[in-house]
Design a protein around this ligand. Structure first.
Ligand code: SAH
Length: 355
């Protein structure tokens, strides 16, 4: 495994270099790169899983065979272990990886196109108490190729393009900063997926050093912060990471980010009954964020099994959004997709592990 080159983790330039290093002319790298991202129907994908190179007919036949047989070169997509399709078109995947680990991704249909919620790690070590993904800690980081693979595997399975991604699946993306950055850059490649950075969103529980770096490295990618509380005392009740960074520091870093990039930061706020959905907490949130370039995304809590946390009604959430907006902080309630399936992060993987 160690010396394997995973083609889905490379930019076009890197692919050219990799092919050159294997003794091929560099332009062969560009040809293969283009092929890997060509739209494919579900049938053509499932018909030729044995070798991704077999259909690359502009490569010499001998080269196709060499590539297929070369154990140092890998171009595998995650395997679909389980698929749940909701009435609204939302499709949740349990993907199996080469080493037997499993992760989740969710395909969602919006008016502006299809979006995929992507995982960035196997498990997570942030320990948020309302979240199903973190219960058994972190197993390992995902490679960039495994993240790109989620997008391509979902596209091929749906037979529809994915135009947007949000890194809101299992894991903390800024705890896997380099691979996540590489994933975004590979998706952006003009001759590959050619996805605009503006169609990508990274969601973090607020690792400050990485928020700062991200504004320099990826100024046009959307940044979402899982705030979930207006003060440290309340945040510590649900998020252990609040012991490392204060709410004031996070908001400060986000203000600087918005100034540097000119882009609005999204604050995510999962509404938990009697914890952070109270009148006091919401009014404190308005005071905290008023005057900053931001948007609050209120998330109806997905109740996970054996959790002491409970959600509030949709109407109560809408009332909170209206209150925040009227008090100078634009807020909306996240549309709830896939209600009839286990669409909350980590739930499918947890269930699979229990079997
Ligand atoms: N680790 C990243 C991304 C993962 S989750 C982060 O913390 O942002 C994406 C969002 O879903 C986060 O805002 C997370 O706090 C939220 N979330 C996790 N569990 C949830 C649940 N049970 N109900 C509602 N939102 C949840």
């Amino acid at each position: 495994m160690k010396n394997t080159i995973d083609l889905y983790g490379l930019t076009e330039k890197e692919m050219r270099e990799a092919f050159k290093a294997q003794g091929y002319p560099a332009f062969r790298g560009s040809q293969v790169f283009k092929h890997l991202y060509e739209p494919q129907t579900a049938e053509s994908h499932s018909a030729a899983p044995a070798s991704v190179f077999a259909d690359m007919t502009d490569l010499p036949k001998a080269m196709r065979e060499e590539l297929t047989e070369d154990s140092r070169i890998s171009a595998e997509l995650p395997q679909i272990l389980e698929r749940q399709v909701a009435k609204d078109g939302t499709c949740k995947y349990l993907f199996g990886l080469a080493d037997g680990e499993a992760i989740e991704a969710v395909f969602m249909k919006y008016e502006y196109g299809n979006s995929l919620c992507v995982s960035s790690q196997v498990g997570c070590r942030m320990g948020c108490r309302f979240c199903a993904s973190t219960r058994r800690g972190l197993v390992r980081d995902l490679t960039a190729a495994e993240m790109v693979g989620q997008v391509l595997a979902a596209e091929r399975d749906r037979g529809e393009p994915v135009g947007h991604i949000v890194i809101m699946g299992i894991g903390e993306p800024f705890d896997n900063y380099e691979n996540v950055g590489r994933f975004l850059d590979v998706l952006h490649e003009p001759k590959g997926k050619n996805m605009s950075y503006r169609n990508m969103t990274v969601s973090t529980c607020g690792l400050i050093e990485k928020i700062r770096a991200f504004g320099d490295d990826h100024p046009t990618v959307n940044l979402a912060i899982s705030l979930h509380a207006p003060n440290d005392e309340l945040r510590k009740k649900t998020m252990p990471v609040a012991n490392r960074y204060t709410v004031a520091e996070i908001v400060e870093a986000c203000k600087a980010h918005a100034e540097k990039t000119g882009r609005r930061v999204t604050y995510e706020y999962a509404l938990i009954k009697d914890v952070n959905a109270t009148k006091e907490a919401v009014s404190e949130l308005a005071d905290l964020l008023r005057g900053t370039l931001c948007h609050v995304n209120l998330i109806p809590l997905n109740e996970v099994e054996e959790s002491e946390f409970h959600g509030i009604t949709r109407q109560e959430a809408e009332d909170i959004a209206a209150y925040l907006t009227a008090h100078g902080v634009p807020a909306t309630v996240r549309r709830s997709l896939g209600r009839d399936i286990d669409a909350a992060c980590g739930q499918l993987r947890s269930k699979a592990e229990l079997r």
